[in-house]
Write a protein that binds this ligand. Structure first.
Ligand SMILES: [Zn+2]
Length: 156
């Protein structure tokens, strides 16, 4: 049992390094392309400098675009609380009024009003005192948070 765990661990590490290596290669390639473009367009010493900057842009803009698309698709962060006074962390800022608290085996997002919430995939539900859940908001792809009028969530 220990063996298989270690093999799994090893695979995981290899996977990570492979991804990191690919990222690094992509970055290096982007910088090279950037330098090439810049030195061809601007035939001067600072073409190199511009090329490196261009390379970073080439590398990071698609990454950021992907991150934004992923956020719009699945909805990251948390919406406003039911009282409308506490804001969740946005797509780009990690700050918000919610505080993640652990109660038993469950994690809750507690806003400043003291209400407990939980994220179930696309749903953001209010957790009542007795542990039951009231549908609150649902994330609609590319459109944002909408009132959740669907069937009540099952308690997991
Ligand atoms: Zn609140």
């Amino acid at each position: 049992m220990n063996m298989s765990y270690r093999v799994f661990q090893k695979r995981l590490e290899c996977g990570m390094t492979l991804i990191e290596m690919l990222c690094f290669m992509a970055l290096a390639l982007c910088i090279l392309i950037g330098i090439f473009l810049a030195t061809v367009i601007i035939e001067s010493w600072y073409g190199w400098l511009l090329g490196v900057a261009l390379g970073f842009l080439l590398f990071f803009i698609p990454l950021m675009a992907l991150a934004v698309l992923k956020d719009l698709w699945s909805g990251s962060g948390l919406p406003k609380c039911r009282n409308g006074c506490c804001r969740g962390p946005g797509n780009f800022s990690g700050y918000g009024d919610y505080d993640t608290q652990k109660s038993g085996e469950e994690y809750y997002e507690v806003c400043k009003c003291g209400d407990r919430y939980k994220r179930h995939g696309k749903r953001f539900v209010l957790v009542n005192e007795d542990g039951t859940e009231t549908p609150y908001l649902i994330w609609r792809r590319f459109r944002g948070w909408y009132p959740d009028e669907g069937q009540p969530c099952r308690v997991r």
